[in-house]
Design a protein around this ligand. Sequence first.
Ligand code: NAI
Length: 321
Amino acid sequence: MSDLSFDGKVAIVTGAGAGLGRAYAHLLASRGAKVVVNDLGGGRHGDGSSAKAADTVVEEIKANGGTAVADYNSVVDGDKIVQTALDNFGRIDILINNAGILRDKSFARISDQDWDLVHAVHLKGSFKTTQAAFPVMKKQGFGRIIMTASNSGLYGNFGQANYSAAKMGLIGLAKTVAIEGFKNNVFCNIIVPTAASRLTEDILPPDIFEALKPEYIAPVVAYLCHDLCNENGSIIEAAAGWAGKCTIFRANGSLLRSSATDNVTVEKVHENWLKITDLTSSSSLGSIQEATGALIQSLENLGNTQGTSSQETTGQNSEEN
Ligand code: NAI
């Protein structure tokens, strides 16, 4: 198969001074993209700042014959990062929201600062950068956006309640951006990586740390950013040279009333608990419309179709822009 090129594309990679972001920036630049290498250059807990991280990666890309500029803003000022792309390259095709920090504490010990900083970098940073790039992409009729989540968000992880919450928030953000960008060919997907980096050096066992090169994940992220990729609103997990799509499954469940006038009681929930939680014939749902389909079906089964036309249940949004 011929090489998939990124010639003529402009990419922003946040937190590209190290780890996964550095690998993404290198791969995209090696395939022709002009890259904004953003990195605040601070510590892993969100302390300090330095130009060195971004500068080093820009020098490496240029030494390999690629095109890149450094940007040292925090993602919290994402609009400034987008401006760097526009000032230098005049457009933005790809945005990889990757910058991240950790402030791990057991749940009871999380301070307001631990919570706020982690949410600021991961969730607000991705919001600010994406919101600034989004209208540019929509106007161009092309855009590929990546949000970076984590297994910590999908499944929880001891000592990471602040991080888990922010990472799961990014999934909600990405899914709605995917819906709102779709008609303008602006797609948004979520990567769930596991890689050796300074964020994981004391979390992952040393023997598997070696096998988890960021370079094994970068091609998956790059593909999600290519014109040929029509994936949108999906969660893709990648690690150690493996990749797979993740989704949420819902049980077939159980109808807890037998007529429109019947009540739901705690006893009926108790009696039906095995059916409510039985996932053997569960299904994966692709949209809020599919999810609320079961609600409408239940009401139809009860001979009552009232109350199903609210904005939330139909997913119709009156505000188009
Ligand atoms: P890393 O620490 O090697 O790289 C993160 C980069 O983000 C650093 O260079 C840092 O200076 C930069 N950064 C931090 N705060 C910033 C800010 N406010 N503005 C701009 N840049 C900032 O970490 P790694 O492992 O490469 O992580 C990349 C992303 O992947 C993060 O979002 C992380 O949460 C996520 N992730 C990583 C996993 C792993 O196994 N390494 C697992 C799951 C998620």
